[in-house]
Design a protein around this ligand. Structure first.
Ligand code: BG6
Length: 482
């Protein structure tokens, strides 16, 4: 196992999102977010997005792990592991319950004051995402989410209030979580959680894709405006974008597969290209034009995009993507998910996610070569079933093995390849509700939470074997991986 000493000040820690752990979904004036109308699913059955709350259905985000009332205990446990940084999001609906409210909700703002103060008490740096799959449901219903230009103003208002309020407590910001995770627009779930689009019945693929480009554009403009305003409020702010980065591989060396992989990559990279370079890549402009989508992109928008470029590129890494031109030829590539195929060389998690540690090194190199910006790994990890032994211990050696291999590849990228990396924040340091399936039993944590998919449990927190392991990794600044 390769292990290197990481740079001084490297931000070791973990990452979560408000809606996946806070619970208290309607307390202290919080409004309903899109996550509050999503039911529980399974590894094979997708979550449902309901039109409002339907009595009798299980909405796991309503209570989640009740971090809202347990945050002091939870941050203390993270401090015990030696965390230097903790990534979470600000639930938009705690601050603006409907999204279009004139004034913010003071009780919501106060909660995050307390949370950030608690982090600082332990020397933990908060890394804050503004929009992490928790857009106010009212904005979805009334305006059609980010397909509506008005959403730019509502997001910017939310961002400005947060920047001003926490300007001395938060230095590192992320505007949108995994903004690129809607390019496979046929997945209704991702469109709803990400940009707040609920597709109407009978919409064609072309109409869906056109809506995705429009929403994506408005989100990018909203992000750029937020970056500009944030830097004015506090010039020391570091404001980044966040993508789900999954290096794309051709299944075979055939030119069609290789070209398809390129086309796939260009379309996913569109989001981060705009965030970093402030302009649309040629291939995407040409694609939009060729398909006659004509989204509303003004000259003023283009100036804003250039003025609001990001300071760093944050990304999640879970797996690589392999594509095959058997079903779709490069020039016919529309819905990206149709090109994806299994990589026969890789093992998979119980949820079918391919395990590819070297892919993380590849990701770090590709992103460095493309953007020449500091990078930040703000999600990585293994969702797995854990077993609690009779004495309460949890032997999650599979999780340790997964993380160890990924950290080792990350360290090669830093030491051997010269990648400029700010930190490593594995996903879900404490068990939480899965975004994809709504399950509690798909666990990522070093800290176990006694709650299951049916919503039953005492919420008691306990330390898994990985807790003690990760503590050693942090204490040795990444040197001791075994
Ligand atoms: C990322 C999201 O896509 O993956 C997180 O930013 C999410 O919100 C994580 O939880 C893991 O996915 P899942 O479906 O296992 O929760």
């Amino acid at each position: 196992m390769y292990s290197a000493k990481m740079p001084k000040g490297f931000l070791w820690g973990g990452a979560v999102a408000a809606h996946q752990l806070e619970g208290a979904w309607n307390e202290d004036g919080k409004g309903m977010s899109v996550a509050d109308v999503m039911t529980v699913g399974t590894a094979t059955k997708p979550r449902e997005i309901t039109n409002g709350i339907i009595p009798g259905k299980n909405y796991p985000n309503h209570d989640a792990i009740d971090f809202y009332h347990h945050y002091k205990e939870d941050i203390k446990l993270m401090a015990e592991m030696g965390f230097k940084a903790f990534r979470t999001s600000i639930a938009w609906t705690r601050i603006f319950p409907n999204g279009d409210d004139k004034k913010p909700n003071e009780a919501g703002l106060k909660f995050y004051d307390n949370l950030f103060d608690t982090c600082h008490q332990y020397g933990i740096e908060p890394i804050i995402t503004l929009s992490h799959f928790e857009i106010p449901f009212h904005l979805v219903k009334k305006y059609g989410g980010f397909t509506n230009r008005k959403l730019i103003d509502y997001f910017v208002r939310f961002a400005t209030v947060c920047f001003k309020r926490y300007k001395n407590k938060v230095k590192y910001w992320i505007t949108f979580n995994e903004i690129d995770n809607q390019s496979a627009y046929n997945n209704d779930f991702l469109m709803a959680t990400n940009s707040g689009i609920l597709f109407k019945k009978g919409m064609t693929d072309k109409e869906k894709e056109a809506a995705m480009y429009q929403a994506g554009h408005y989100e990018l403009v909203a992000s750029a405006l937020a970056v500009k305003i944030g830097h004015k409020i506090n010039p020391n702010f570091q404001i980044g974008c966040m993508i789900n980065y999954s290096p794309v591989r051709p299944l075979t060396p055939s030119s069609d597969d290789v070209l398809l992989a390129d086309k796939f990559e260009q379309r996913r990279d569109w989001f981060s290209d705009v965030h970093v370079f402030g302009k649309y890549p040629n291939a995407v402009e040409a694609y939009i034009e060729r398909n006659g989508y004509r989204p509303d992109i003004t000259d003023e928008d283009r100036i804003v995009l250039q003025e609001g470029t990001v300071d760093y590129v944050a990304f999640s890494y879970y797996q690589t993507t392999t594509v095959s031109s058997k079903k779709v030829k490069p020039d016919d590539l529309t819905d990206l998910s149709k090109a994806v195929t299994k990589n026969p060389t890789l093992k998979r998690s119980d949820w079918g996610w391919e395990i590819d540690p070297e892919g993380l090194r590849i990701a770090l190199n590709q992103l460095t070569d493309r953007y020449h910006k500091p990078l930040f790994i703000v999600e990585n990890g293994l969702g797995a079933y854990d077993k609690v032994e009779a004495d309460g211990s949890i032997h999650d050696d599979y999780r340790i093995d997964y993380l160890k291999k990924h950290i080792s590849e990350m360290e090669k990228a830093v030491e051997l390849d010269g990648v400029n990396l700010m930190g490593y924040l594995p996903w879900g340091p404490i068990d939480l509700v899965s975004a994809g399936t709504g399950q509690m039993d798909k666990r990522y944590g070093f800290i176990y939470v006694d709650k299951n998919d049916a919503g039953k449990g005492t919420l008691k927190r306990s330390r898994k074997d990985s807790f003690y392991w990760y503590k050693k990794v942090i204490a040795s600044n990444g040197k001791k991986l075994d």
